[in-house]
Ligand binder design. Sequence first.
Ligand SMILES: Nc1ncnc2c1ncn2[C@@H]1O[C@H](COP(=O)(O)OP(=O)(O)OP(=O)(O)O)[C@@H](O)[C@H]1O
Length: 272
Amino acid sequence: MPTIEFENVSKIYDEDTVALDDVSFTIDEGEFVILLGPSGAGKSTMLRVLNGLTQPTEGSVRIGGKELQGNRSEVGMVFQEHYLIESKTAFGNALSGALSRNGLVRSALGLHADADKMTALEALQTVGLLDEAGQRAESMSGGQKQRVGIARALVQNPEIVLADEPVASLDPKAARDVMRYLKKAATEQDLTTITSLHQVNIAREFGDRFLGIRDGEVIFDGDADDLTMDEMDRIYYGETKSGETIPTGAASGEVGETDAEADAATDGGGRA
Ligand SMILES: Nc1ncnc2c1ncn2[C@@H]1O[C@H](COP(=O)(O)OP(=O)(O)OP(=O)(O)O)[C@@H](O)[C@H]1O
């Protein structure tokens, strides 16, 4: 399993949009990392750079010591929108994760190797959906669909799984279920996993390590114990122009609210 290295990575979308600003960090194999940060902080850009979907403007990204070039098949992606084929079964959708190995034509013709079919069933078992393998996606709940999305990523046989706000559209219970299965898969298969999340409570429950991103910079890197209220404020609200940390707690609500809720609290006044 590879180590992920970001070295002085910047991504500038246009002259004044610096999405990543000289970011450096290393993630060891098997780590379950959660990206936190306000909207527009650069979390998705970081995941897209890692997946080879976006090229960094400067710096280098290495996976297992190799410079990242183009789309990487060892990187499985789970999206906020699950992008399942609604008319297909959970099994059919999971199996489509083998596309990158088998090619479009073989997959379109349904010419899947028995080994791939077995992998798809195993992946569905990992996410607790083996009994629903024959159920069409259109009749599944949002949480179940997202778990099929994870199974599809697992069928790709990845070494790294990236999940971009995988539970954003789910209620708290379904969100926890999805995260539980994602963590289970990561633990069982020793996957390096990076997930961006807005739900801080859920993040704290499942993350081993947290990267706090703000204005394209990693301003926090630590575990749940390090992720204090002060640090949450720094990640979500930043510092004053004079460099002072904004006073903690004033109208920010508790650690555990989503940043949207925290923003709402701020909008309500109290944080100067
Ligand atoms: N394709 C693009 N073209 C131009 N600017 C972009 C593009 N994608 C993202 N940006 C900008 O880059 C910055 C970082 O965006 P990014 O989507 O990475 O943040 P994020 O932390 O994932 O936000 P969110 O939590 O809202 O998804 C933002 O200012 C955003 O507007």
